[in-house]
Design a protein around this ligand. Structure first.
Ligand code: C2E
Ligand code: MG
Ligand code: MG
Ligand code: MG
Length: 289
């Protein structure tokens, strides 16, 4: 097999590669017990209306506090969870936890939760979401499920049916990280999305001389409007980017300019407009000022 791998085979013997593989294996083992050891938590990042800067809702983002390594990024452990069959229980736990949190926020605010494409392989997904909604008792219309284009890569017949059934629960569907994957416009036909989340790679530096990014965002907004969908821009950090998103007609803004992901207690304060600023790690503009 090593021979068949040809020129690439030396990579198997790189010490760093080897330790990476070993490292992954160790992390994966640790992840299996993370839920039981209570090492996972959910943080919430505000999503703000572009026009009035009121809080429209929050995105739930999972965190893993590893006993020895400290905070491990979800970009590192979500792929591991997807590989080792942990994403189902992990995703369910995040959803239940976040729906519980949503009960403490004003009723006009929403909650966005990420679903992994791998969760779509589980025929129990829709029932799981329905059960989580029933237990929480919240209006399904307040729940947004964020899904990346990756869900269409393993396009089985059931994917479209799953979207239809999720929609029938009354939840809202959001196409996450739009523009980064294969961005086939056909995807917009395959599922009844309510909102497109513009990836931060288009937002970043969109105001400098990156007129191409601005043109792309403008096109996405026009497309979304014509299809009756909302738009949200992620990763907005500067005033310049914020102004540009407004000028381009993006309906909602998410990014460090309005707030980092924070623990539930701080999120509740933000939801009620109580916290304006703390040490700079938490900051929300007060629309009444
Ligand atoms: P995502 O769903 O696109 O989430 C947005 C990411 O952008 C978050 O990173 C957030 O902290 C970060 N972000 C928000 N505003 C800014 C900004 O202004 N500047 C910069 N540089 N970053 C910003 P995070 O929390 O590290 O999550 C990374 C990814 O991990 C998520 O991307 C999502 O794909 C995945 N993820 C996180 N939580 C979950 C989960 O509960 N389930 C699943 N399936 N995936 C999750
Ligand atoms: Mg997301
Ligand atoms: Mg995203
Ligand atoms: Mg992203």
């Amino acid at each position: 097999a090593a021979k068949a791998a040809g020129r690439g085979r030396h990579r198997f013997y790189e010490p760093s590669m080897h330790s990476n593989a070993a490292n992954r294996q160790m992390l994966e083992n640790d992840l299996r017990g993370a839920l039981e050891r209570d090492e996972l938590s959910v943080v919430y990042q505000p999503i703000v209306r572009a026009a009035g800067e009121e809080v429209a809702g929050f995105e739930a983002l999972v965190r893993w506090q590893h006993s020895k390594r400290g905070l491990v990024s979800p970009t590192e452990f979500i792929p591991l969870a997807e590989e080792c069959g942990m994403i189902g229980p992990l995703g369910e736990w995040v959803l239940v936890e976040a729906l519980q949190a949503l009960r403490s926020w004003p009723a006009d605010q929403r909650l966005a939760v990420n679903l992994s494409p791998v969760q779509f392989n589980d025929p129990r997904l829709v029932d799981m979401v329905a059960a989580a909604l029933a237990v929480s008792g919240v209006d399904p219309a307040r729940l947004e499920l964020e899904i990346t284009e990756g869900v269409f890569l393993t396009d089985c017949d059931t994917t479209e049916a799953t979207f239809t059934r999720l929609k029938e629960l009354g939840v809202r569907l959001v196409l996450d990280d739009f523009g980064t994957g294969y961005s086939s416009l056909g995807y917009l036909k395959k599922a009844p999305f309510d909102k497109i989340k513009i990836d931060r790679s288009f937002v970043r530096g969109a105001g400098s001389d990156q007129s191409r990014n601005a043109a792309i965002i403008r096109a996405i907004v026009t497309l979304a409007e014509n299809l009756g969908m909302d738009t949200v821009a992620e990763g907005v950090e500067t005033d310049e980017e914020l102004q540009l998103m407004r000028d381009l007609g993006v309906s909602e803004i998410q990014g460090f300019i309005f707030g980092h992901p924070v623990a539930i207690e701080e999120a509740i304060a933000l939801a009620q407009g109580k916290v304006v600023t703390t040490d700079g790690s938490l900051f929300l503009r007060d629309p009444r000022q």
